[in-house]
Design a protein around this ligand. Structure first.
Ligand code: 3PG
Length: 306
């Protein structure tokens, strides 16, 4: 059995060591395609593999067509919007993610970016603190829960909106449940986005919501650029010079936003939320174990396609 790790943005070397160990122990062969630049390299590499581990790499119908032996794809991470689930199912391939494995890394980056925003991008001017300020968590999944835990350490007042999460879970975490998205934005100085990119959420955060933020509001996006309505964001920033937007994913209109709003916006050059040794080890090894569990024992506990 062959397991291919195909990552445009590679894992830390120590994570690859761990993945190799899992493969060796199972008697499976590990193949590596890291930092590839051409799609053709991916299409060639998948030709004879039984399992595929990816990060944000695009796995579409063409990849499934090229991967004649493929039985499972594991997205080492949370969001699987890069994988065509219907094509996977049509090709009889199981798709899994590794929920929770990289969520602390992403949550820590939220605060790295928030503190940077309220300290005026460390430009030497006087900023504000986040203690006693209100934080709204938009979606209370694994990352949102870690954000809440860290926010408590900062002494923040935390609320969360998540129609898919029971109120009890939110309350148990010491967080106030919110039931309207407008209220989440209206009543919190800072809002941290953790919604996945789906048909329902694409472009769902725009002018109306962003301008609901109180004075000095900061929107932090470590989720997906697709959930933002970019023209709406630009309009909101234009009208409200007190607002800031910091994101771990360059928007399509990054250059324009940067030119217009300067230090009020910040974008990482590459998605960095899960770029830590720990997150790579956790998600990478979990992905390898899940491949082995499926290929050897038919276990598909984290299956996300129907
Ligand atoms: C995720 O969905 O797990 C995060 O966005 C991390 O993505 P990455 O593995 O491409 O860094």
């Amino acid at each position: 059995m062959k397991i291919l790790v195909a990552t445009e943005k590679p894992f830390a070397a120590v994570a690859i060591d761990g993945i190799r160990k899992v493969c060796d122990e199972a008697g499976y062969e590990l193949c590596l395609l890291e930092k590839y630049t051409e799609r053709k390299q991916l299409l060639d590499a998948v030709a004879d593999v039984d399992a595929l581990i990816v990060r944000s790499d695009i796995v579409d119908n063409e990849v499934f067509d090229a991967a004649k032996q493929l039985k499972i794809v594991v997205r080492a991470g949370a969001g699987y919007d890069n994988i065509d689930l219907a094509a996977a199912t049509a090709h009889n391939v199981v798709v899994e993610n590794t929920p929770g494995q990289n969520s602390n890394a992403v949550a820590e980056l939220v605060f790295g970016m928030l503190v940077m925003a309220v300290r005026n991008m460390y430009n030497g001017t006087s900023g504000t603190e986040i203690k006693d300020k209100t934080l709204g968590i938009h979606a209370f999944g694994q990352v949102g829960r870690n954000v809440a835990r860290i926010a408590k350490g900062f002494g923040m007042e935390v609320s969360a909106l998540d129609p898919y999460c029971p109120d009890e879970v939110i309350v148990e975490a010491g967080v106030k449940p919110v039931h309207s998205v407008e209220d989440l934005y209206k009543n919190n100085k800072f809002v941290s986005l953790h919604i996945p990119a789906t048909a329902e959420t694409r472009g769902s955060v725009g002018y109306e919501l962003i301008t609901k933020l109180p004075k000095g509001g900061v929107l932090i996006n470590t989720a997906r650029k697709e959930v933002i309505d970019e023209p709406g964001l630009a309009k909101a920033l234009e009208e409200r010079p007190d607002l800031k937007y910091v994101a771990d994913i360059k928007p399509d209109s990054a250059e324009e936003l940067k030119a217009k709003f300067g230090e009020r916006v910040f974008f990482t050059p590459k998605k960095m939320g899960a770029q830590t040794a720990e997150a790579n080890i956790n998600a990478g090894i979990a992905a390898a174990r899940q491949c082995v569990a499926y290929l050897r024992d038919g276990i598909d506990r984290f299956k996300v396609n129907k």
